[in-house]
Design a protein around this ligand. Structure first.
Ligand code: BT5
Length: 318
């Protein structure tokens, strides 16, 4: 209901929209409208109301709520069910709980702040309150669990395309980081619940540093934000929607067996290509030169003796 009221008032722009018009469009009582308007005020909307004229929104809050994201969405599934919390431990944790309860495919969880944001392998993700996009997407792809690593790359490609459209030059550090000027602007944590041959659900968590002007010391040498890269005061909700808009066609192609749309983006923007890298395999430290990304999304590594290996997932360092 609140999403509909915001949509009606947004359409009205600077004009007042009468309470009666809202009641008629939504088939609800005046009291219901008034109640929701008050809740929207609590959510940070500044709404002018003049007797006999109606309502108009004069200030929209900088929030990644469904009311602010949905006007920018042109997806069919992704983000059509959107759950927003101001503060959570981790959007991935909340999304996994919703997935277990059977939430719709494509459900997105967003939060302004995470108290226990998570990276891979038990690392922490530092949540920059109200300056970042932190969101988790619930997916139930009918593909083999072995193909799940592609989901991270679909995410990375979608984010990189959205950032390119803003005029910055992102690079993708296989498999899950998006970098600008060699620093991390975005990280992705993909988690899966599955059996050997069946995926129950995947939760892809995305953290993008948007309007962040400084980082805590422990990550300041590795992290950057869109603000620090010259993009001032971006609309986070619009960016979140743009990522989802770009993700949906890449994801659909993948489900139909065509990975080329996202792989071509990952290859074009590959940050590791031709760099000397190190990684560990079964505890053994190895090094080589990063080659291309193959048609299964694996990173080719060329060893000093000319032999090759293909990494499906994991962590590489330069
Ligand atoms: C990641 O892990 O990069 C995955 C990050 C996923 C975060 C999202 S936010 C929404 C959803 N909910 C969650 O709880 N998580 C997901 P990894 O590759 O392990 O990188 C972690 C490392 O990145 C840390 O050890 C730091 O060095 C660095 N780091 C931490 N916070 C950062 C930040 N805000 N910006 C850039 N780098 C950061």
């Amino acid at each position: 209901m609140k999403t509909d009221i915001v949509a009606i008032l947004r359409k009205g722009g600077d004009n007042f929209v009468s309470g009666q018009t809202i009641c008629d469009q939504l088939q609800v009582s005046r009291t219901a409208v008034w109640k929701h308007i008050n809740q929207l005020k609590d959510d940070g909307y500044i709404i002018e109301s003049i007797p006999k004229k109606g309502y108009r929104i004069t200030v929209y809050p900088d929030r990644i709520t469904e009311y602010e994201i949905s006007p920018w969405l042109n997806t069919v599934e992704l983000g059509r069910n959107l759950v927003h919390r101001h503060t959570v431990d981790s959007t991935n944790i909340l999304a996994k709980g919703l997935a277990r309860e059977g939430c719709p495919d494509g459900t997105v969880v967003t939060a302004e702040h995470q108290t226990s944001g998570r990276g891979r392998s038990g690392r922490r993700w530092t949540s920059i309150q109200e300056g970042a996009v932190q969101m988790s997407i619930v997916l139930r792809p009918h593909v083999s669990p072995a193909k799940a690593p592609s989901i991270t790359q679909i995410g990375a490609a979608s984010i990189a395309l959205a950032l390119e459209s803003l005029g910055v030059s992102p690079r993708i550090k296989w498999p899950n980081d998006v970098l600008i000027s060699g620093k991390k602007v975005c990280g992705i944590l993909t988690e899966m619940s599955c059996e050997l041959d069946h995926i129950h659900f995947i939760v892809m968590g995305i953290g993008i540093n948007v309007n962040v002007r400084s980082f805590p010391e422990e990550i300041s040498s590795v992290a950057t934000s869109l603000a620090l890269e010259g993009q001032d005061n971006l609309n986070r909700a619009r960016l979140a929607a743009d990522v989802l808009n770009r993700m949906e066609p890449l994801y659909r192609s993948f489900l139909q067996g065509d990975s080329e749309p996202f792989l071509s983006v990952c290859r074009r923007l590959s940050w590791l290509r031709d760099k000397s890298i190190s990684f560990s395999r079964n505890g053994e430290p190895l090094s080589g030169v990063a080659g291309d990304i193959d048609d299964q999304g694996r990173l080719e590594v060329i060893f000093p003796d000319g032999t090759r290996d293909y990494l499906l997932s994991g962590e590489v360092h330069i």
